[in-house]
Design a protein around this ligand. Structure first.
Ligand code: ZN
Ligand code: ZN
Length: 343
């Protein structure tokens, strides 16, 4: 397992989370929901309201999709879509967001292909083998990229909508699959979510941890642990290029507070908040101007890819200030949820 470089480990690490019974998706998809119905007192809580107001203020008009996270702290409105309905949505066409970054995802869940001088690093692997073949392989071909050049699959976290196609990509192309140790452990013990539509988990391959660098050819990806959404969610920092210009990008590895029914939810939300605050500092220091998600529902990647056609300005480059505001939205929604669960 040669590829991560190890640096000194900062203090923030994924906490160990005791495996629980296999969670069936009573409320729909793993990555959107799993929220805890909150009490009438929580719905009236001034602290919840204060954090949600701060989230709305940070979101402004341009970052509103991230406010969906605040639903975990408010009484639920519409019933969620089923996983079948989510997966049945027609996929956006594959397209390049930058010279070295292509979208090869589904409508609901994204996969990104980072092209390097040494092959392709795939960031997440969609729901299953069928999507990996149709959307990832097919998408790469449509963009004149060779699927056989996929050398690495980095899985942001151990939920099936992100690892589902990984085992097949490894088998087919010999790609190494990387995930955090905590999420490999989860896959080896008991999945916190599972549905029949998801591919089976890949076998443990490469372990990456906080501070590691994933290298391929001329490209380096820095690994930042942002646990909470899963025990070992990783977020990824890398450069994207447009001609001679480079921008620093952060791919947020796991978003929704879908662990509200778990007994360890308070530790999980605390880790999430700490990870978000740390990520804000890293993003400020590294001048991150591009914030990507693995669900278009948050970063609106599908809409931005459409807007990119024929546009001179790249809508994925939102700027340092907007990246900071987006992370503040995430943080404030997490604080609202923490307050709601404490009430
Ligand atoms: Zn997901
Ligand atoms: Zn997830």
């Amino acid at each position: 397992m040669p590829f991560p470089d190890r640096r000194a480990r900062p203090a923030l690490r994924a906490e160990a989370v005791a495996p629980t019974r296999r969670g069936l998706l009573a409320l729909g998809c793993a990555c959107c929901l799993g929220t805890l119905p909150i009490s009438p007192a929580a719905a009236q809580s001034p602290e919840v309201a204060r954090h949600l107001a701060a989230a709305r203020a940070a979101a402004g008009e341009d970052l509103r999709p991230w406010l969906a996270l605040g639903q975990a702290a408010t009484p639920t409105a519409a019933p969620p879509l089923s996983i079948e309905a989510l997966m049945a949505q027609p996929p956006p066409p594959p397209a390049k967001a930058f010279d070295n970054l292509a979208f090869v995802g589904a409508k609901w869940v994204s996969a990104w292909a980072l092209t390097t001088s040494g092959g392709v690093i795939l960031l997440d692997a969609l729901n299953n083998e069928d999507e990996a073949e149709r959307l990832i392989e097919g998408g790469l071909r449509r963009l004149d990229l060779d699927p056989a050049q996929v050398k690495r699959v980095v899985v942001t976290h151990g939920h099936g909508d992100h690892y589902g196609g990984a085992a097949w990509l490894k088998q087919r192309h010999g790609a190494q699959v990387a995930m955090s140790g905590a999420d490999w452990r989860m896959l080896e013990t008991e999945l916190e979510f599972d549905v029949p539509q998801w591919g089976r988990p890949p076998r443990r391959d490469v372990v990456v941890e906080d501070g590691d660098t994933i290298r391929l050819g001329d490209t380096a990806i820095e690994v930042l642990m942002t646990p909470g959404h899963s025990p070992g969610t990783i977020s990824l920092l890398f450069d994207v290029r447009e001609g001679r210009r480079a921008h620093r990008a952060l791919l947020w590895g796991g978003t929704a507070f879908n662990f509200g029914r778990r007994p360890d939810r308070m530790q999980r939300i605390e880790s999430y908040i700490a990870g978000t605050r740390r990520a804000k500092g890293v993003a400020a220091r590294e001048d991150v101007t591009v914030l990507l998600s693995n669900h278009s529902g948050y970063d609106e990647a599908d809409k931005k890819l459409q807007r990119l056609q024929g546009s001179t300005a790249n809508p994925f480059v939102i700027g340092r200030e907007a990246v900071q505001r987006a992370l503040t939205v995430i943080e404030e929604c997490a604080l609202a949820t923490q307050a709601a669960w404490s009430t």
